[in-house]
Design a protein around this ligand. Structure first.
Ligand code: COA
Length: 159
């Protein structure tokens, strides 16, 4: 049986923290679908298609597929045959929100399990909005994102 997981998020943009989680989850999954969400509550810097293309270029692994989705995560997970949702827990501050989401997803799809992974210690402070802010003001993001993402940020922000 193929064990498929889904790793959902906004990925605006993908950071080394996300990459770390993707590689860690491949240790126990046969296939991972990185699911780029249309998040109505956020004003993204990169379009959905740009984010999908950037992740595909960055994570070139035959076990990883990248798709965008709209609507409920549980419906998307069912559609692609995923049995596991992968999420990262960077700090205690992530916990309440993640706990709520995991319980709601379980309410909606009882057989779909959420698995929390802890990212590498030196990446726990990372977030996409911090990366965007540093890049916007000309700071060095080379240690925080893949060169593909760095180039996309430079182009998008006109630097
Ligand atoms: N490394 C670095 N940064 C990380 C990270 C990691 N390992 N894990 C999370 N982050 C950051 C993200 O970059 C993002 O930063 P930002 O807010 O500064 O942009 C932040 O943490 C939030 O992470 P993200 O994964 O993008 O979460 P989200 O809250 O935007 O996405 C969805 C949540 C998309 C998974 C959720 O809204 C969803 O499932 N939506 C679909 C609709 C649905 O089913 N709703 C019901 C859910 S119960």
């Amino acid at each position: 049986m193929t064990r498929t997981g889904v790793y959902p998020g906004s990925f605006d943009p993908l950071t080394k923290g996300h990459e770390d989680l993707i590689h860690r989850s491949l240790g126990f999954l046969d296939k991972l679908v990185v699911a780029v969400a249309v998040n109505v509550g956020k004003q993204p810097l990169f379009s959905l298609d740009e984010r999908v293309a950037m992740i595909r270029e960055t994570v070139q692994d035959p076990k990883v597929d990248v798709q965008s989705f709209d609507g409920l995560l549980v419906d998307f997970a069912r559609k692609i045959g995923a049995t596991v949702i992968v999420r990262g827990l960077r700090a205690v501050s992530d916990f309440e929100y993640e706990f709520q989401m995991a319980l709601m997803n379980r309410h909606l799809a009882p057989k779909l399990e959420t698995i929390f992974l802890v990212p590498a210690f030196d990446l726990t402070y990372l977030s996409s909005s911090l990366v965007r802010e540093v890049a916007r003001f000309g700071g060095d993001v080379s240690g925080l994102v893949h060169p593909v993402v760095q180039a996309a940020l430079r182009k998008k922000l006109g630097r």
